[in-house]
Design a binder for this molecule. Structure first.
Ligand SMILES: Cc1cc2nc3c(=O)[nH]c(=O)nc-3n(C[C@H](O)[C@H](O)[C@H](O)COP(=O)(O)OP(=O)(O)OC[C@H]3O[C@@H](n4cnc5c(N)ncnc54)[C@H](O)[C@@H]3O)c2cc1C
Length: 598
């Protein structure tokens, strides 16, 4: 600790200086590589008792990505998250990662947005806050051989990471959009730095879709999706939002506290190039480089007396391991990288869930958030902006909403057997209802719905194949971190994923065809995939062309030992949920392990 006020600037490292230099030049005990979702959480917790540095390639999201990272509504309108190879580049904030052509998904090359910033993907995700199921946690504990991952044992880490603020019913102001949630899944009072609450606006079309879901047999969840249960649907899911100003709550909330309370040292705009090992193969230091736009970067080395923690995300963690000599020996030999440890699992086992849209048009009397925020009427836009700034209410506070059911009919015995290997409380498919993801693709935009081009009354039920059986890889193009990793999600290469996707699409159609929607649907029927798409082959053909990522890729470094990796890449499977809550809980758990010497 330190006496009196700490200057904020004291928390930022000077290039080339290998120490904390607030009050005393303490040698660094731990160096955390990657100041993203997991990285800032674990670094901040460790800094409570140790001298910790964070190395982050990016800068500050509120400056580098403007309001797009701050106002919840903009989450799905950020141009740079478009999955097409001609996406508008955002070099201050995005890693510019492109996949190899997806041979089983119409040969498409996908831009896979990953945030390069303090906060990482928590600074550009869709804010949805959910947790996985009890069964998924039990499976995780079994595979990891660590009972702490069981649901009841994990709950304290979830609670420690976030603080829940109840919904503001007055501002939500929609009588048939109330819901139940489970306050006991959160700390009473203040938990951790991440703020979890609800948007202060309800998309009117979502209330109709909620009725349609119930009419096809999906029940309204009376507990929400933070209590180890994911069946039923929830209107509406909490988001990582700070209720005071209705702004995004990212992992930088951890850093803000650590800057006040600890000697944490942040090296931003600094890319880790290589982890160095001593003769006993213990990781001891990290070679880093500043990233001057016009000048050559300055390279220097940060030494850690205790541990290096790698939190560079699902693509860069395996890349940095391999570039540093840890990975499959054939890959390393191919790039002439000296072998430190032959770990064939590094970069293998990539799980990447898929989504695709099923869209129709609703009456303009039920405008979507996109229709309102981007209304052609300036008076509507002004009044929406006023409500947001003055009252933290209205569509800008809302990113989206969702609802996952079970669905295992009409599948081949092989696919049913594969699904039966999963815990029984594990949903096969998730549906996210509302304008937003997929809507632009559905209307011919072909960009996965990430732009503002969607027509204001097109509504989409986005189907997510939660448990892909296809397995992708992360590999190397060269021995340098300056070159991006080679990413192959291998979408739809296992036929089971296509079968589940077709069934999911048919189920989404049942919802659209529910009689309760008859009066609010307009236009000539289904917009995407369209009435002409009927046979299984036609439906699968549509999915191959329309599917995009939900950015939940995981599981590329399962099996690593010796060097601590703490980010989504270490989960043994893709958790059947939106993963950021799990990433925060993981960071809290590993921080405790380290502090307790485990
Ligand atoms: C568009 C989008 C929408 C999403 N929506 C949701 C959602 O609604 N709800 C949800 O729960 N999840 C969502 N997710 C997923 C979730 O945000 C991520 O799974 C999670 O944030 C990953 O955390 P992480 O710590 O593993 O990686 P990251 O947060 O990506 O952190 C990795 C960090 O390492 C840095 N880094 C990488 N390489 C280096 C290097 N060599 N040197 C220095 N720094 C480096 C990166 O810049 C980054 O800051 C979404 C993701 C995206 C991309």
């Amino acid at each position: 600790g330190h006496v009196g006020r700490r200057l904020t600037s004291s928390a930022y490292g000077y290039p080339g200086v290998n120490a904390t230099f607030d009050y005393a030049e303490l040698p660094l005990t731990d160096v955390v590589v990657g100041g993203g979702t997991a990285g800032l959480a674990i670094a901040s917790r460790l800094a409570e008792t140790a001298s910790v540095a964070v190395v982050e390639a990016g800068g500050f999201y509120d400056q580098d990505n403007s309001n797009l990272s701050v106002v919840p509504f903009y989450a799905l309108t950020m141009p740079h998250i478009a999955p097409t190879p001609d996406y508008p580049r955002q070099p201050l904030f995005d890693w510019d990662l492109l996949s190899v052509p997806q041979t089983a998904a119409a040969g498409r090359t996908i831009h896979y947005a990953q945030a390069k910033t303090l906060g990482g993907c928590s600074a550009h995700n869709t804010l949805l806050y959910l947790r996985a199921t009890r069964g998924a946690h039990k499976r995780w504990a079994e595979i990891a051989g660590d009972d702490t991952y069981k649901w009841d044992n994990s709950l304290p880490y979830f609670k420690r990471s976030c603080t829940l603020t109840p919904p503001n019913w007055e501002k939500r102001d929609t009588p048939n959009a109330t819901f139940k949630y489970d306050p006991s899944a959160f700390s009473r009072g203040r938990g951790g730095p991440i703020q979890v609450s609800w948007s202060n606006w309800v998309d009117p079309s979502a209330t109709w879709l909620a009725e349609a879901l119930q009419s096809v047999g999906l029940r309204l969840s009376n507990i929400g999706f933070s209590s180890g249960i994911l069946s039923g649907f929830s209107a509406w899911t909490p988001i990582t939002v700070s209720p005071r100003y209705a702004e995004r709550s990212a992992s930088t909330a951890y850093l803000d506290e650590a800057i006040e309370d600890t000697d944490i040292m942040v090296y931003h705009h600094t890319q880790a190039l290589k982890i160095n090992f001593d003769a006993s193969k213990k990781a001891t230091s990290v070679l880093v480089s500043t990233q001057g736009a016009a000048t050559e970067g300055l390279e220097y080395t940060l030494h850690a007396t205790k541990e290096i923690i790698l939190s560079a995300g699902v693509f860069h963690s395996p890349q940095l391991l391999m570039v540093s000599g840890v990975g499959p020996k054939t890959t390393l030999a191919h790039h002439k990288i000296p072998l430190v440890a032959h770990l064939p699992g590094v970069g293998a086992n990539l799980h990447d869930p898929l989504l695709f849209p099923v869209s129709s048009a609703l009456t303009p009397a039920l405008p979507s958030a996109i229709g309102l925020v981007f209304s052609p009427d300036p008076a509507v836009q002004t009044s929406i902006l006023h409500d947001y700034l003055a009252d933290q209410a209205g569509p800008p506070t809302s990113p989206s909403k969702n609802c996952p059911p079970h669905l295992r009919t009409h599948l081949s015995p092989r696919t049913q057997n594969l699904l039966n290997t999963l815990p029984t409380d594990w949903p096969d498919v998730e549906y996210i209802a509302g304008a937003g993801p997929g809507a632009a693709a559905a209307t011919g935009g072909g960009d996965g719905g990430t732009t503002t081009s969607s027509s204001s009354n097109v509504q989409t039920i986005t189907a997510v194949v939660l448990n892909p059986f296809s397995r992708g890889t992360v590999s190397l193009a060269s021995a340098r971190m300056a070159d991006p990793p080679v990413i192959d999600m291998a979408w739809l290469t296992d036929p089971a994923d296509g079968e589940v996707a077709v069934a999911a699409l048919r189920r989404a159609r049942e919802v659209w065809n529910a009689s309760v929607l008859a009066d609010v649907k307009v236009g000539g029927g289904e917009i995407a995939p369209g009435e002409g798409v009927q046979s299984d082959a036609e439906v699968l053909g549509y999915i191959k062309k329309a599917c995009v990522q939900i950015w939940h890729a995981s599981s590329t470094v399962f099996g690593i030992r010796g060097l601590r990796v703490v980010d989504l890449s270490v989960l043994p499977f893709s958790p059947p949920t939106h993963p950021q809550g799990t990433v925060y809980a993981l960071a809290e758990k590993i921080a405790e392990d380290i502090v307790r010497g485990r």
